[in-house]
Design a protein around this ligand. Sequence first.
Ligand SMILES: Nc1ncnc2c1ncn2[C@@H]1O[C@H](COP(=O)(O)OP(=O)(O)OP(=O)(O)O)[C@@H](O)[C@H]1O
Length: 365
Amino acid sequence: MSSASSSPDLGAIHKALSFVKDPCTGQNLGALGAIAGVEITGADVKVHVILGYPALSLKAHIEELVCVAVSTVDDVASVTTDVGWLIKPKPTANQKEPLPGVANIVAVASGKGGVGKSTTTVNLALALVAEGATVGILDADIYGPSQPHMLGVGNVRPQIRGQKHMEPITAHGVQVNSMGFLVTEQTPMVWRGPMVSGALQQLLGLTIWQDLDYLLIDMPPGTGDIQLTLAQSVPVTGSVIVTTPQDIALLDAKKGIEMFRKVNVPVLGVVENMATHICSSCGHEEHIFGAGGGERIARDYQTTLLGSLPLDLSIREQVDVGVPSVVADPESDISQTYRRIARQMAANLWVAQGAVIPVIEVDDD
Ligand SMILES: Nc1ncnc2c1ncn2[C@@H]1O[C@H](COP(=O)(O)OP(=O)(O)OP(=O)(O)O)[C@@H](O)[C@H]1O
């Protein structure tokens, strides 16, 4: 900083900002189009930053990075900054019309059943809310619809509006509707892909979603006809694959990645669930389902390992009573991991150009 008598140069400020990297994408804020404005009043500078993903827990950190960078410019006396976010709809490869009230649809899928896809979906949705987004969940897991139960509203039914429209149920700040309200325990067995996709489209279209930045779809497990038809029949903007590090689950997860690539839905990354277990008596850490699987699959398929969750009693207990970890214990390591994964997923969606997402350093904030 030099004399404050003359005004700082705008070009020099932008140059300084070009060295500020967004912690999630690793790209500079200027290249991301995130510098929404620079106001110079005498020697005072105000920088407006608008990110394309919710980043409440990174806000202060990014503001500091911006202030430090701009304060090195000649003739700057003071810097203030304001980091916000605006989540815009991304176009989809299948060019389906966007749903009213929904900016982006993210399908959460797993090849294998029982790997924790629904548990991960609900915690990621709540993590996105905690980071400052408006979020809904469509429970399309016809084999085991569990979202209303995991959100503690298993006994509530959506309100019908004007004969056929449904109001989603809101729980812990997330809007939710479920295919479980349409099916009996027997129906999934006899439904084929087109029938499921028809029911899903109906449910999606007839639910009055309120200004969602993200609608997460909890997909049925598997990579067959049903899942492929689902992925093609709605305007899906991105997908996330949940797997355990076990070889058999990884094999199925690969099929999931291939399925989404086939229909040109960007794979935003892989979440490794039940990666380790820490014994509650002796504290010994074990890789029950094997080690490094998520990282391998992400590397082999040029996608991102968004993060790993441990096999932890609290995760199971908290969804069982309808208060998932991110709400039950927001400051815990587990909740922070869900929030980091959610931010990275949303940031990857922001920069997604096509089916292949570059491998990105996940910043440990
Ligand atoms: N990280 C974890 N630690 C401990 N328990 C977990 C974890 N993740 C999920 N679970 C538990 O594992 C069981 C299966 O999880 P979940 O229902 O989320 O799996 P899913 O992949 O959605 O299953 P499905 O294939 O039936 O849809 C649940 O009882 C859940 O509470």
